[in-house]
Design a protein around this ligand. Structure first.
Ligand code: LLP
Length: 419
């Protein structure tokens, strides 16, 4: 098991006291006993620190927290308290951001398949910028804005065709992906958009992928975007916002080296010299990922001779990342009792072989009823959870400097089944 100082590399608010994991001075064992499991716990101070780190590294930039990573309005509020805006990808996320109190003029909206209803909703709220992903979307947006008697501010999402060297399912900036417009044709689309009467071209958007531990592809993408910026200016198209997306990777494995917002700024600011537009970033995972821990309880232990299984009450419906990306999440007992270690798979109760949280891990030999902590679960954890097998979704708790607050109650069966 990792030592306390190693756990602090995931989240500096983690402590071990008498063998028991604490987050922001709150005992995770007490929380699990009090509120039941599976339970998502998020650290508010961590989220504040991360937003602040971005704002300090990129002075004057607008940090639009990517709500898709964790849409709980109380989590969004914490980011907002440090001056964040929101990056959204659906009407539901717009609703969540507004519910949290994010001002509309700090909201940017990307996504390849925005519906008429969603576009109307966002135009009506007068969000800062639509990150448009196709020519047809430009036309539809223009038409809807016209019918509402409004102007929509737009950026074209350009696809710089760089390889972000991350999991293929979360690479978005390559030519063959569904996202954005090829950077070569983007210029033409800008000219086209600038002639549409109900659109106001204000920005350039680009996002190349997620969980980037090597940030060098970011630079390549931004260089291409800056090049386009200058070409457009020459054409008389004034770009006020340069939205360079999210994607900074986080530590999942003990050996991962996590790039910081400061390192990203050092890499990118020289490329951005001479650019007069306001910079926008859309970090999601790096804001909430390591703020969160999923707590689960051991139900049964099973020794199949060639393999040990630790069967817990959180399944792929609660945390799907291991099942769909083969993602690694560090798992450790909430209370270490110094027992011997075994090699085991940590699996959920769902009727699928893909229902695992961790594979072939060296872990303390646990008892039925013990609690386990799954680290780095604050982003794309609850947000991607489902009701598969009619399993109510977990409760969520926010801890903040010694106190805690339930920010989403555990669901019950009627909630799932509806009236
Ligand atoms: N902006 C846009 C346009 C995006 O598509 C995304 C993520 C972000 C910002 C935020 O990226 P981040 O800073 O979180 O890397 N479910 C996957 C991740 C999918 C990311 C989708 N887009 C996972 O669990 O790894």
């Amino acid at each position: 098991m990792l030592k306390e100082f190693e756990l602090k590399e995931f989240n500096s608010y983690i402590d071990i006291r008498n063998g028991i994991l604490h987050l922001e001075d709150v005992s995770l064992k007490e929380l699990a006993r009090e509120l039941g499991t599976p339970l998502y716990v998020y650290s508010a101070s961590f989220i504040r620190d991360k937003v602040r780190a971005y704002r300090e590294a990129f002075e004057d930039a607008l940090i639009c927290y990517a709500v898709k990573a964790n849409f709980n309005p109380e989590v969004i509020k914490v980011a907002l308290s440090e001056g964040a805006g929101a990056d959204i990808v659906s009407g539901g996320e717009l609703y969540a951001a507004l519910k949290a109190g994010v001002p509309a003029d700090r909201i940017v909206y990307a996504g390849v398949g925005k519906t008429v209803k969603e576009l109307e909703y966002a135009i009506d709220k007068e969000i800062l910028m639509f990150n448009v992903e196709s020519k047809m979307e430009l036309e539809v947006l223009d038409q809807i804005a016209g019918s509402l008697g409004k102007k929509a501010r737009v950026a074209v999402r350009v696809n710089p065709d760089v390889n972000p060297k991350t999991h293929p399912y979360i690479s978005t900036g390559m030519k063959k992906s569904k996202f954005g417009v090829d950077i070569d044709t983007a210029f033409e689309e800008y000219i086209y958009a600038s002639r549409l009467p109900n659109l106001e071209v204000v920005g350039i958007h680009c996002h190349i992928g997620s969980q980037l531990l090597d940030i060098s592809p970011y630079r390549e993408a931004v260089e291409k975007v800056v090049n386009l910026y200058h070409r457009l200016r020459k054409e008389g198209i004034e770009i006020r916002y340069l939205d360079i997306g999210g994607g900074l990777g986080i530590k999942y494995r003990p050996e991962d080296r996590e790039p910081t917002p400061h390192q990203l700024a050092e890499l990118l600011l020289p490329v951005l010299e001479g650019v007069e537009a306001k910079l926008i970033l859309e970090p999601g995972r790096s804001i909430t990922g390591n703020a969160g821990i999923l707590i689960t309880q051991v139900q049964f232990l099973k020794d199949k001779g060639i393999k040990h299984f630790i069967i817990v009450d959180a399944g792929m419906n609660d945390l799907v990342r291991p099942a769909i990306y083969d993602a690694f999440h560090y798992v450790l007992p909430v209370e270490s009792k110094g027992r011997e270690h075994i090699i085991a798979d940590v699996v959920g109760p769902i009727c699928e072989t893909g229902d695992f949280l961790a594979k072939d891990r060296r872990i303390e030999n646990l008892d039925r009823g013990d609690f386990l902590a799954v680290l780095s679960a604050g982003a794309y954890g609850f947000a991607m959870s489902s009701h598969y097998n009619v399993r109510p979704r977990a409760a969520e708790v926010l801890v903040d400097r010694g106190s805690y607050r339930v920010i989403r109650e555990r669901e019950d069966y009627d909630y799932i089944l509806g009236p």
